[in-house]
Design a protein around this ligand. Structure first.
Ligand code: PLP
Length: 381
């Protein structure tokens, strides 16, 4: 069979092959197996439910995939590769949970932490020659900055140093970092891969077999393994990723244009718009511009919170990548001090675009009328 396109792999990879088997790998809620030949204990040996997810994701990203209990469990396994006293480099804009993990390890003296602007390609190239871990998020959360993955991936690295790309925002449909020289791809499967806000799961995908074995061993020892139902739901989510993401992207592009022309919006961040500083790189590197749009409302943090509280269709909730549109003020989170206080991140879903626009329009109108809302808060995850 010729090499399948990602849309076909999403639907077909990771299915049982034996005659008489169900089309979908079943949910296997096993902890242990009868002793003899084969599996012994699920934390070490996995189950066919995990393997279906891992086979499908591995085929999509072009490597060996390992499922984890969450994106953060996957991240923790990667940070465990840094030798004591080593050097980790993180982007200036990144998911605050990963930043908090990196800062906690640095505070304990486990590694030295350095931050670099995502778009500083020369800086990353220089840092990679001395770093044990270069962690890149592209597009980044929530500023949607793009890293030049091909340039950084082709550059020299310290022997044993790892280039990790968090591919949560792009998904393997839009970007396959292993093809551009990354050593490890991370997914919060909680987001687009699952796609319905009903699970926590994570994954790593790697090219190198020894690295895969080492990370599997870490997973076994740390115990951050996926649950049976979660692995099933993640695989099921993959099956519809292409239609969900493409529809959400269409909505995101239309919404970004609508918001850019809105008098109560100061600025829109969306890599698909020509006014995004890295639009050309994004269009070259990504097969789709994604479904996250960030906007800065005309006003301060309180104004932004008022807009969030005034939506009716759009959910005022954290997280992203689901079929329903969610929106929140990211500077409300500790560790997000670089994010403008009036910035709202929208994870655009698959609703009718007319309804999304109308909802945002009436919610933004709160800035002109007397409707009140709670004052800005800070949240620690
Ligand atoms: N990476 C990114 C880009 C994220 O947005 C998140 C969570 O929001 C994570 C990693 C962590 O994933 P999880 O919440 O499944 O641990």
């Amino acid at each position: 069979m010729p090499k399948l396109k990602p849309e076909s792999l999403l639907v077909s990879a990771g299915r049982p092959h034996t005659p008489g088997a169900p089309l979908n790998a079943p949910i296997v809620p096993a902890s242990n197996f009868l002793l003899g030949e084969g599996a012994v204990y699920a934390r070490e040996d996995g189950t066919e439910t995990w393997r279906a997810f891992e086979e499908a994701l591995g085929a999509l990203e072009g490597g060996t995939a390992l499922g984890f209990a969450s994106g953060m469990a996957a991240a923790a396994a990667v940070f465990d590769r840094i030798p004591l006293g080593g050097r980790a480099v993180l982007p200036a804009d990144a998911y605050q949970g990963v930043v908090a993990l990196a800062e906690a390890g640095a505070a304990q003296g486990r590694w030295v932490l350095e931050r670099r602007a995502t778009e500083d390609t020369d800086g990353w190239l220089a840092a990679a020659t001395e770093a044990d871990l270069c962690w890149i998020e592209s597009p980044s959360n929530p500023m949607l900055v793009i890293a030049d993955l091909a340039a950084i991936g082709a550059g020299p690295r310290k022997p044993g140093g790892l280039l990790v790309v968090d591919n949560t925002f792009a998904t393997p449909l839009n970007q396959r970092p292993l093809e551009r020289g990354a050593d490890v791809v991370l997914h919060a499967a909680t987001k687009y891969l699952g796609g319905h806000s009903d699970l926590l799961a994570g994954a790593l995908v790697v090219r190198d077999r020894d690295l895969a074995d080492a990370l599997r061993r870490t997973r076994t020892l740390q115990g951050g393994v996926p649950g049976a139902l979660e692995a099933f739901l993640a695989t099921r989510g993959l099956r519809t990723l292409a239609v969900r993401l493409r529809r959400a992207e269409e909505n995101a592009a239309a919404l970004a244009d609508f918001l850019a022309g809105h008098p109560l919006v100061q600025r829109v961040h969306y890599p698909g718009r020509e006014d995004h500083p890295q639009h050309v790189l994004a269009s070259h590197q990504l097969d789709g511009h994604g479904a996250i749009v960030s906007l800065e409302v005309a006003g301060d943090a309180t104004a932004a919170e008022r807009v969030c509280s005034a939506t009716r269709l759009i959910r005022h909730a954290t997280s992203l990548g689901s079929v329903e549109t969610t929106m929140e003020r990211r500077a409300a989170y500790a560790g997000q001090e670089h994010v403008p206080p009036n910035l709202l991140r929208i994870s655009v879903g698959i609703e009718a675009i007319e309804d999304l626009q109308a909802d945002l329009d009436q919610a933004l109108a709160v800035l002109q009328d007397g409707r009140t809302c709670p004052s800005p808060r800070t949240t620690h995850l």
